[in-house]
Design a protein around this ligand. Sequence first.
Ligand code: TXA
Ligand code: MG
Length: 334
Amino acid sequence: MSEQPGVTEEQIAHAVVVLRAGKLVAFPTETVYGLGADASNVAAIRKVFAAKQRPADHPLIVHLADTTELKHWASVVPREAWLLAEAFWPGPLTMVLPRAAHVPGELTGGQSTIALRVPSHPVARRLLKAFGGAIAAPSANRFGRLSPTSADHVREELGDAVDYVLDGGDCPVGIESTIVAFRNSRAVVLRPGVVTAGQIAGVLQSEVLPPKASSPRVSGTLPSHYAPRTPLQVTSAERLEDSLRLESRNGPVAVLARRGRPRNTRAALWQVAPLDAAGYAHYLYFLLRRMDRAGCRLIIVEAVPDLPEWTAIRDRLMRASAEDVEEPAVATGT
Ligand code: TXA
Ligand code: MG
């Protein structure tokens, strides 16, 4: 992974010019890199969908410089949303709220709600402040692929489809933000992230609800999302050696383990992930990308602990291991 490069004022100013011209700027956030467009420019928003090859009914997240801008983009901001904003913004939390009347349907995939987030990454904050408006930005990857956590990953994913890349080094968190919606004054976690359901419940002093089967569509919740190209399977620590023995009969296998490489392992590539959840999340997509390039027929991942701070990581591993699924033809939700 790379050193944290400095982003100059000239680079921020250039990014602003590119955004104002209705073009696309990839920029670092604390979670993953975003593919940014002027959130008030419908033509620019359409370019984001084209660059990502993302279906038009998958809504984008709108990034704001400041919590006070919530009122401009949401028609209703419940007390619970202000409490979560105060506790977690700027930071890796996205809130889904009823959208204001002026919000273009292109931004929200035709839904009546909008996803909003105030990021904490210094480069994202400088860009938002200099731009003076909101920036719509999904993760800067092709649809259905791993989110990029470095500027090199963005270039690999999008090439010429992005007009300018601000290189702010590696993203500290490494996985996408927690997404929360509200139902009857209660929070619903639509996508787990490093802000946990327990932390949200603590701030709101009420239990967090599980998402309904018919929750608003979150493409990050389609089972096949965040997938490397190489098939991936999660195996318990106890069964790892057996699985490896069996699977490597049919070709080279890469392993993402939580312990050092054993002396006589059959693994073609053995990667050791950090033991703490924050470190694991930080390196996860970086390691999966490296393993994906290794020319193996399978990636075996050693299962991670069944503890709250690992929920988001378990979720991403589960999605990376899921077979491609047929998507529902009609966007569900409100
Ligand atoms: O950490 C992140 O959230 C990163 C950085 C760049 O901010 N962004 C990100 O964006 O992960 P994206 O588009 O890859 O994932 C955002 C998710 C999508 O799955 C989308 O469906 C969901 O947010 N979303 C957006 N608007 C929504 C809405 N109105 N209702 C439900 N889900 C929504
Ligand atoms: Mg994404």
